[in-house]
Ligand binder design. Sequence first.
Ligand code: PRX
Length: 659
Amino acid sequence: MSEESEGELEARLPEGESFEPPESFVEQANVTDEAIYEEFEENWPDCWERAADLLDWEASYDQVLDDSDAPFYEWFVDGKLNASYNCLDRHVEDGRGDEVAIEWVGEPTEETRTYTYQELLDEVEEFAAALRDLGVEEDDVVTMYMPMIPELPVAMLACARIGAPHSVVFAGFSADALATRMNSAESEYLVTCDGYYRRGDPLDHKDKADEGLSGVEHGVDTVVVDRLGDELDHDLDDEQHDYDDLIDEHAGASVDPVTRDAEDMLFLMYTSGTTGKPKGVKHTTGGYLSYVSWTSHAVLDIKPEDTYWCSADIGWITGHSYIVYGPLALGTSTVMYEGTPDYPDKDRLWEIVEDYDVTQLYTAPTAIRAFMKWGEEYPAQHDLSSLRLLGTVGEPINPRAWKWYYKHIGDESCPVVDTWWQTETGGMMVTTLPGVNEMKPGSAGPPLPGISANVVDMSGDDVEPGEAGYLTVDKPWPGMLRTLYRNDERFIEEYWQEYSDEGTDEWVYFPEDGAKIDDDGYITVLGRVDDVINVSGHRLGTMEVESAIVGVEGVAEAAVVGGNHDIKGEAVYAYAITEDGYEGDDDLRERIVEGVEDAIGPIARPEEVIFSPELPKTRSGKIMRRLLEDIANGEELGNTSTLRNPEIVDDIAGKVGED
Ligand code: PRX
């Protein structure tokens, strides 16, 4: 974008200004009455029946919420349903089998695939039959290590159909990361593929999957999707099965959806926490599916006739909730794009919006900042008038990026929903309702109806409006995680211990984010307050990166912090101390970067590796991370007199940027 037009935009939309939802949007919105906030409050927890009513239940629940064993809450107690039935069969039974479920857009521009609801149901049944033949039983965890190809949602829904929880591992994660997750879940089944396209080139994926499998401690049956055809040859060993062969063998199969209890696990999703070990977040069938359907309806304004597009990867929670489960449960057409936004050119997303008449676009601030940098001429080449709503998720959005999105993508006629939530919350928690609330760029908005979120100080008391504090949620909600897989103790420690008063049985969920709240109840999320950093909307535990770095030969100690980054939001800054006899040179730097990529994946690649003879430590020996962050950000350094080794600070600061 040019300097001049950016200036004009800023002048027109000064900071702090708010925007009314466009009238044309409100006229047709799913939710328009602000009384909904009061209704939910007065009728809590029964208000959540409204979410459950969006689904078809085989047996109705007896109780909306059972909090007798808090914080192990149960929702829609004794209700019975199947997620795959709700996402597929019921739409076909309604005579909508010929309508589009998935519009898949491959990275190569000529490659697209359309699945109607009937076609998707057929393939899901065939693959469900194949999984059963391989030995998959109800409650067996099936791992998926796949990029954005249609067989991924097919496999997820096939698992849901037979009651086997899935655990999707982001395809960009390393072989080690796959092995850790499969071992942790004792998962004996893997669905993966030969490879996929990245910026025009075929990329091998199976090698990485095989390497991961070599680190799995038990036997695994693997299904391999042939995404690349002749582009990439691969061999299958005895426990590896070709996806197409399995589908052929089970052509026309019919598999009844199994009856699942509302509280039965739908899937597991691993996410980073403060320790080096990823957390297996458990989501359930009834509560999760109700919650993502409700938020897709109320916030994303999804209707069956829409062509809705969330540009996230299904390997993250956003893709689970808002590419697959929410949109399909509501019977809409959901777009899946395999590639990157700048291939073959920087207008690829806008071309897709135009070609498919996309009605809602849900993306991340990091992408919006990249679009801004590329310039408004790219969206300007396309007719984006089909868009009705825009959304963002994953990290705080700066008002400048918000306004750019609002103007250059939404033509000032689409509401923008800035949605705060987490892997653990299952769905959106804090955001405006687009047909109800005014929007304030940079501030996510009020908590959704029925969600009780507050901003508190360290002792749990509400902070004054405008002051920074900690975000908390003091009432449960249907989409919440139920526990950490096979680790109830860690579940309590990680999320409930900080602010709950166990004596009075008042349980408060702590998402580990900082926030401020305005007079009008709008919440601005300020980012993580634990040792987790957010790189391009992806959550990374600093400990995970540190343990990868100290695993590199020649490194004695490491500290990792997040530094500001124009596009990524935060970037990884790694400080390393060498072992005696090793030089902090380019060779070691390269080995460190490789070590991180091998242990986690390219997303964790350090922006800079800074060698130092020591790390700044307090007298009690704790690394002063805050100081390392200030150094990474080139900020003025505060008082260093509490350090055991203050002399080291200038030395390190001088090295930032040398890399
Ligand atoms: O710090 C918050 C940030 O992303 C974290 C959750 O990351 P993850 O579990 O990977 O889920 C990302 C997609 C839901 C949060 O703790 N975050 C997410 N959305 C926002 C946000 N920060 C500010 N504003 C948001 N809209």
